[in-house]
Design a protein around this ligand. Structure first.
Ligand SMILES: Nc1ncnc2c1ncn2[C@@H]1O[C@H](COP(=O)(O)OP(=O)(O)O)[C@@H](O)[C@H]1O
Ligand SMILES: [Mg+2]
Length: 370
């Protein structure tokens, strides 16, 4: 992994057809940008627009349909982004019928993966403790998302594994796998590579996660992270797959392998999901995401843009303050949203930042938050 820390930022953002937002172009500062406004004014929708550019989809909805403005057939988000010394123009257009167009510097690109590599973001959406308490998939995505940005060969290995797994599962499901298992060699080879990448990433992530937790909450600093690769570690993946062939055939799917991996979180020797309070789960989720962002920056994936949705509403002032402190020490660009209540604004008073006010879908730069 190379070690070039390249800061990536949004210079300007054009939004058209996103929820209640009027069609507009915003110019952001390279450091912290606070987007304040009343409930329902459109603050989270601005961040949603950014995640469309970053991943092709919204962080709030798996489908793009609810994001497209009522009465419109499509939405468009464009941005001028700065990556190290260069500036790029990127754009996405998504339609109600699933149409997708991606452009980089005016040229259409076919691959969403290629496009998504350009604008890495980390979303801190403090209500989403699912990352800690939910199914393993979200935690696998966190690891794989970081690897996608820092390890050039990762995507190809991941795709190859998924392809072979799909083919094998289809054959198992339809009961057409003969005495020979033609996939097992490829599955074991690509799966072991995939798992090796993940193990290295978790080694890198663990101390950073702990360090961030120490800042956020002393008592949580003993939280343990452990990667469960998805098969019995007393044997190789090839052996594990061979051992489970009979039950795979009987039940019609592949039981073991990196598609069953999990990043386990334990606190005081027990699963975090069972023993942490809601507030502690939120801090743990935030620490995981911040650690992911820092690893991406340090390992050459580019320092991501942090999208922080309404942190003051979900955390007490002392902890929200610590999260803001960590974000501001990061040298990254931050887009923060907040309701413009005096309590929320007190949190940001005194910090140098670019301010925006949102009212009924219209975002305007202001000198004072309200
Ligand atoms: N597809 C849509 N078209 C038009 N308006 C929408 C759509 N989806 C949601 N809205 C409205 O957009 C507004 C902004 O929502 P949101 O960005 O979540 O506000 P905030 O984060 O400021 O509380 C809400 O009032 C909501 O009713
Ligand atoms: Mg909101």
């Amino acid at each position: 992994m190379s070690k070039v820390n390249q800061v990536i930022s949004l210079e300007s953002l054009y939004l058209d057809g996103i929820r209640n937002l009027s069609t507009q172009r915003l110019v952001f500062g390279q450091d912290t940008n606070l987007i304040a406004g009343p409930n329902g004014s459109g603050k989270s929708s601005v961040l949603e627009g950014v995640t469309l550019l970053s991943t092709g989809r919204s962080f709030r909805s798996p489908s793009v349909r609810p994001v497209i403005q009522h009465g419109r057939e499509h939405c468009v988000v464009q941005a001028q982004i700065r990556r190290g010394g260069t500036t790029l123009s990127i754009g996405i257009r998504r339609g109600r019928g699933g149409e997708l167009t991606l452009k980089v510097d005016g040229n259409e690109v076919a691959s969403l993966a290629e496009f998504a590599a350009l604008l890495p973001t980390i979303v801190l959406d403090p209500s989403s403790i699912d990352l800690v308490v939910g199914p393993p998939e979200g935690r696998r995505r966190l690891i794989d998302g970081a690897l996608f940005h820092v390890e050039q060969t990762f995507l190809e290995v991941w795709r190859r594994y998924q392809r072979v797994l799909r083919q094998r599962n289809a054959a198992l499901r339809r009961g057409i796998m003969g005495a020979e298992d033609p996939w097992i060699g490829d599955l074991a080879r690509t799966g072991s590579m995939l798992s090796e990448h993940r193990a290295q990433l978790v080694c890198r992530l663990t101390p950073v996660f702990r360090e961030i937790l120490c800042v956020l909450s002393d008592e949580l600093a003993t939280t343990e992270l452990a990667l469960r690769p998805g098969w019995d570690q007393a044997m190789s993946l090839a052996e594990g797959l061979t051992k489970s062939v009979d039950s795979d055939r009987a039940q019609g799917f592949t039981h073991v392998g990196p598609h069953r991996a999990d990043l386990r979180l334990q606190w005081g020797g027990r699963p975090a999901a069972e023993v942490m309070s809601r507030g502690q789960l939120k801090l743990t989720m935030i620490a995981l995401r911040l650690a992911q962002g820092r690893i991406m920056a340090e390992d050459g994936g580019g320092s991501p843009v942090y999208l922080v949705d309404d942190i003051a509403a979900e955390l007490d002032v002392a902890h929200a303050d610590k999260v803001c402190g960590l974000l501001q020490n990061n040298e990254s660009q931050v887009l923060l949203t907040a309701v413009n209540s005096p309590e929320a604004m007190r949190l940001y008073a005194g910090s140098a930042m670019n301010l925006f006010h949102v009212e009924q879908g219209c975002v305007t730069p202001v000198d004072r938050p309200f």
